[in-house]
Design a protein around this ligand. Structure first.
Ligand code: OOG
Ligand code: MG
Length: 242
């Protein structure tokens, strides 16, 4: 394959200039995470900091929508926090559960005990690949399409299994349940710990963890965007003007 840094530079430029690029197609999973590490290093060079991590493909609906079958992990950065409009190619919105880590995850205590708060959230994904089409390893290299996120009010940690989820984006609505996330979003934390260990992704105190969409993603067009999850305050923003 081309050197990880070269691919990372192509993806970084695609993101900063909001220009889609063709997929790479032939990476191994290890190579794809190498590219992702290099991509995050470029963002850090540009002054951003890592604010958290995100899981992808934790629900069957998402796996079917994207034609893949295993969870993936990407990184959230300071530039993504609250970013809902500028410089996006073909954004989509996803309803998410967000966890907050109160301590580093280092294997000494179960990851669930490292979480100190939970909230509803909206993730904005924006693949840098043409027509939002990619292979499993392409999307890992592209930092799992991460582009933006908005978090609702934090609440003390509690079980968030089996709760109704609704996402509205303009005139589209999609409904589901948090059980779609690997049976219970808490299972996404366990899956995260395993991938993070294997792929050298640190999990630090203060990080936000997006557990993965409970439903398919909706295109982000103009109009009001809101995610409501039973037992949480809604989280919303005004969608981007065309
Ligand atoms: C990859 C990101 C998927 C999720 O919650 O499943 C994701 C994509 O669909 O482009 O964030
Ligand atoms: Mg997501």
């Amino acid at each position: 394959m081309r050197a990880a840094v070269n691919i990372a530079e192509i993806l970084h430029k695609a993101q900063t200039t909001a220009t889609e690029v063709p997929g790479f197609g032939d990476l191994t999973v290890a190579d794809a995470y190498e590219v992702q590490h290099a991509l995050i290093a470029l963002r850090e060079r540009d002054g951003e900091t890592v604010t958290g991590v995100k899981l992808g493909f934790t629900s069957e609906a998402k796996m079917r929508q994207m034609g893949v079958s295993e969870v993936i992990v990407g990184r959230l950065t300071s530039g993504m926090h609250g970013r809902t409009s500028e410089n996006l190619i073909h954004p989509k919105a996803e309803p998410e559960i967000a966890y907050r880590l109160g301590r580093d995850v280092d294997g000494t205590v179960p990851i669930l005990e490292c979480v100190d708060a939970v909230a509803s959230a909206i993730e904005i994904i924006d693949s840098r690949y043409r027509d939002f089409r990619f292979t499993y390893t392409d999307v890992i290299a592209d930092n799992t399409s991460a582009a933006g996120y908005v978090i609702g009010p934090w609440q003390p940690m509690t079980d968030v299994g089996d709760r109704a989820v609704r996402l509205t984006a303009g005139s589209s609505i999609v409904e589901g349940s948090t059980s779609a996330i690997l049976g219970n979003p808490a299972n996404a934390l366990t899956a995260l710990e395993e991938v993070a260990r294997k792929r050298n992704i640190p999990l630090r105190a203060g990080y936000v963890v997006l557990a993965g969409a409970a439903t398919i993603a909706l295109p982000l067009t103009e109009g009001y965007v809101e995610c409501s999850i039973d037992g949480f305050g809604p989280v919303s923003f005004e969608g981007r003007p065309r």
